[in-house]
Write a protein that binds this ligand. Structure first.
Ligand SMILES: O=C(O)c1ccccc1NCC(=O)[C@H](O)[C@H](O)COP(=O)(O)O
Length: 214
């Protein structure tokens, strides 16, 4: 089954929609400059709405240990997503210190970026392959930008991975077909405006992924 992560949930309606749609992972953005950012307390309140449900993935950009500790004191996470310039050694240190699986986000623009995954393979559990941010963007992710899906076709990616970047309910089935992705991630494509999730589009995205499997 294709894994589905809905990222950047910051309100109750969005959280409930992710759980109701049966997505596998929900991303909570702990990066204050993002329009999708939540505080640890806000994330804990959202998470407490649903017993069980999607894995809570905490998204951080070059976090300090203190930042990670503060979030983990407020709510349990199932995975840490690192979306900054974290080195393989830093990924390993975070994984060891916090005892959680680490998903490293990597920007993909050409085949060399996929070759570079080998440096991270021993130190991470999963990759999130995303588009590189456009030059005028102030965010390392969540930019509604896609990369060339054919780059991953037929390639062995050395860890389980999610395809991200510019996906929408309308394009995700074709993206899975072209890329061969075993999982997908979306943020902007299920929003009604920047940073504001649309429950109907969340449901449509998950349905489109499940439809692509049928
Ligand atoms: O979404 C953000 O605001 C964000 C901010 C800082 C670092 C990463 C961020 N998002 C990372 C994600 O996992 C997004 O879901 C991924 O980049 C895809 O985003 P989109 O192209 O908007 O679907």
């Amino acid at each position: 089954m294709t894994l589905v992560k809905i990222c950047g949930i910051n309100d109750a309606a969005g959280f409930d929609a992710v759980a109701e749609a049966g997505a596998d992972m929900v991303g909570l953005v702990f990066y204050p400059p993002s329009p999708r950012a939540v505080t640890a307390a806000e994330a804990a309140a959202l998470s407490a709405r649903v017993q069980g449900g999607p894995m809570r993935v905490g998204l951080f950009v070059d976090p300090t240990d203190a930042e990670l500790e503060a979030v983990l004191a407020a709510l349990p996470l199932g995975m840490i997503q690192l979306h900054g310039a974290e080195s393989p050694a830093r990924c390993a240190a975070i994984r060891a210190r916090f005892g959680l699986p680490v998903m490293k986000a990597v920007g993909v623009g050409d085949p060399r970026d996929l070759e570079g995954l080998a440096f991270y393979t021993p130190t991470v559990d999963r990759f999130l392959l995303d588009a590189k941010p456009p030059p005028d963007s102030d965010l390392p992710g969540g930019n509604a930008t896609a990369f060339d899906w054919s780059l991953t076709a037929g390639r062995t990616i050395p860890r389980p991975w999610l395809l991200a970047g510019g996906l929408t309910p309308e394009t995700v089935a074709e993206a899975i077909r072209q890329s061969g992705a075993p999982g997908v991630d979306v943020s902007s494509g299920v929003e009604r405006s920047r940073g504001v999730k649309d429950p109907a589009r969340i449901a449509a995205f998950v349905a489109a992924v499940r439809g692509a499997e049928a």
